[in-house]
Design a protein around this ligand. Sequence first.
Ligand code: KG4
Ligand code: ZN
Length: 343
Amino acid sequence: MSIDLLLAIESSCDETAAAVVESRRLRVLSNVIATQIPIHARFGGVVPEIASRNHLTAISEVVDKALRDARCGLDDVDAVAVTQGPGLAGCLLVGVQFAKALAWGRGLPLIPVDHIEAHCFAVRLTDAEGAGSEQPDMPFVALAVSGGHTSLYRVEGPGQMRRLGQTLDDAAGEAFDKIAKMMGLPYPGGVEIDRLSRSGDPAAASLPRPMLHKGLDFSFSGLKTAVRYALTDGTAPAPADLAASAQEAIVECLVVKALRACKAEGLTDLVVAGGVACNARLREVLSQRASALGVKAWLTPPRYCTDNAAMIGGLAAATRDTALRGAQLLAADIYTTRRPRRS
Ligand code: KG4
Ligand code: ZN
């Protein structure tokens, strides 16, 4: 079966997103994101039940807009792709059921997609603004760094990823968000710390870099605790300096481990993906240190770093042949959604 236009849906956390992707060129024709950040900001983090209810009210309009922006209709779509996990159960359920109903109603194949794997391949998306004009060679090392995950993978191709390391406690994004919350900064904290750090001194506070010298796993909970102590015992520097120091510690851990993974695997392409990959200091330090070691850092364009449906469509397009054979599906039941034949 040939699929040319894919409609993709993402609802794993607090963004309701839909996109239309042309599968042959992994070309993003539309990418619509309805963010719930203002709704959750007053709670200082995502409230899962509120998030799922808001997905429910937003999803129809978001999908309509994705089709309108791509100047196409449901009749032009050949398959539906949806995030099947990982994510918040109630939130995923909304996207999966919506996609399932749409696919069933239209007699279209439904392709379930792994959210983290989709982050790792988002760098391959192409668009009118020039994304994806160059592509990393496979295999590559991927650093997936988001609010829920911090992992390193050896990526041979779509559906072929081997995890090399992961966080043993908090994800890097969670560390950014929790440190920001302790400092009284608004949610989501990663963006605020990034902004505030620009006027701060990264050497102002001496903060730990847990597990820096060994292995490919990460740990950020000790850093979080160190910031808490500094704030409660009055030794913390000015907010911009504390933000810059905490950011530097997180960035240092991410960069050192990612480059260590490249060396251990003998690979010279390093893809950085996920919401934290928007961080300006991470992008700067990683590019500099990678090039000094002969490694090419592939920084996912920020518009495809934070949660979006284009990356879901992109991976579904890249894996469609295998996916349509049903070989690697974890949720075979949602895949086999075909309209029953009328006799
Ligand atoms: O990938 P993502 O949108 O959602 C998950 O799959 O988790 O990542 C969200 C995370 C949040 O923790 C947010 O604070 C962080 O990405 N983030 C940043 C920046 N932009 C988003 N962290 C540091 N610097 C940024 N500029
Ligand atoms: Zn994500």
